[in-house]
Write a protein that binds this ligand. Structure first.
Ligand SMILES: *Cc1c(COP(=O)(O)O)cnc(C)c1O
Length: 353
């Protein structure tokens, strides 16, 4: 604690990202994609350095937003982009969730939501998952006098995804405030709610280039929603940082969106490896929650999560272990390449056998 910190800064509990190890290790702890980004990305980078790097970027990111609009079949003015979807989420908290009423969220979900709630002084009203570890949309929609609803679909770190029908049922109940659906993992097998934005002006869908497009290091995220919601985000963004998306990120993002074949092949590989990994974990006695994301959440009836995490770390495999009461026994395992998952299974055999 420093005397120079404001009381609000003293009271913060910052988000703790998964470890980014420097040594050689099989890294299955922060849901990155094991495959390289689209080949066009490299060419775009080389062409770019020569004549563009000295200039400020377009503050409206028009070209990138137009490409996202084309990709998702929406209008340019229905797209917002930011420096990672974490930043887009932070701006959404400021733009939509500061109404002096609670924000409804699942009790187990992306751990950045409580951090932003704390930073922006928004009370979080959490709703337990159901017995199948699924987000309870009924409970989220039932509360009243709220400042909004936020959840991830697929949810993290459980991997379960709701159908569009379920989400539409929620949208029919919550019409007065923003419903934010965080689709960071949607490309690994879930249905996107983007098709609903024209019918529900309070629906905001966020997405990221970090997972399915293999660009976590670039920091690029977006939000898609009605023009009035996107305008709200722009108001906050233009009161904070006019250039959150650098011109290099825009260029690389466009190159990635252009290569649909690469995108589809890469996510299909991840999905195939996920199912193979799930079967092999189950053969070792693990309970594996059904996942539509690029990770699985798994627990073993005889081996504690912390012990498995430490045993894997010793054997050069890094997964994610959450030190909370409900998740203490679980490991969240990112889906890597088949070879990486073979090493994971071998290490688990050695630990459990
Ligand atoms: C990874 C993740 C994000 C953040 O993505 P970035 O674009 O890398 O900031 C947002 N939401 C969820 C649920 C995530 O898992």
């Amino acid at each position: 604690m420093s005397q120079y910190w404001s009381p609000a800064v003293k009271a913060l509990t910052p988000y703790i990202p998964g470890e980014q190890p420097r040594e050689r290790i099989i890294k299955l702890n922060t849901n990155e994609n094991p495959y390289p980004p689209a080949p066009g990305v490299g060419q775009a980078l080389r062409d770019y350095a020569t004549d563009h790097l000295r200039l400020y970027p377009d503050p409206t990111s028009a070209a990138l937003r137009a490409k996202l609009a084309e990709t998702y079949g929406v209008e340019n003015q229905q797209v917002f982009v930011g420096n990672g979807s974490d930043e887009v989420l932070a701006l959404a908290f400021q733009a939509f969730f500061c109404h002096g009423a609670p924000l409804d969220a699942p009790s187990i979900t992306y751990s950045f939501y409580p951090v932003y709630a704390n930073l922006y002084n928004v009370e979080l009203r959490t709703h337990p998952l159901n017995a199948q570890w699924e987000v309870d949309l009924e409970s989220l929609g039932a509360a009243s006098a709220r400042s909004g609803v936020i959840f991830a679909n697929p949810n993290a770190p459980t991997g379960h995804a709701h159908s569009l029908e379920d989400i539409e049922t929620l949208l029919k109940r919550v019409t007065d405030r923003v419903v934010l659906v965080d689709e960071a993992y949607v490309d690994f097998g879930a249905e996107s709610a983007i098709g609903l934005i024209d019918r529900y002006p309070n629906l905001l869908v966020t997405g990221t280039f970090s997972k399915s497009r293999s660009l976590a290091g670039l920091r690029l995220g977006y939000a898609i929603g009605s023009v009035e919601l996107i305008d709200g985000l722009h108001r906050v963004k233009d009161s904070f940082n006019s250039y959150p998306v650098d011109s290099l990120a825009s260029l690389v993002g466009i190159a990635a969106l252009d290569d649909k074949a690469h995108f589809n092949a890469s996510r299909e590989r991840v999905v195939t490896t996920r199912e193979r990994t799930r079967q092999r974990l189950e053969a070792l006695g693990f309970e594996v929650l059904p996942s539509k994301a690029n990770f699985v959440l798994a627990q073993h009836p005889e081996h504690a999560g912390a012990q498995l995490f430490a045993g894997l770390r010793e054997r050069g495999v890094l997964v994610r272990h959450f030190n909370t009461q409900e998740l203490n026994n679980f490991l969240r395992i990112t889906i890597g390449t088949d070879d990486e998952m073979d090493s994971l299974i071998e290490a688990l055999e050695a630990i459990c056998g």
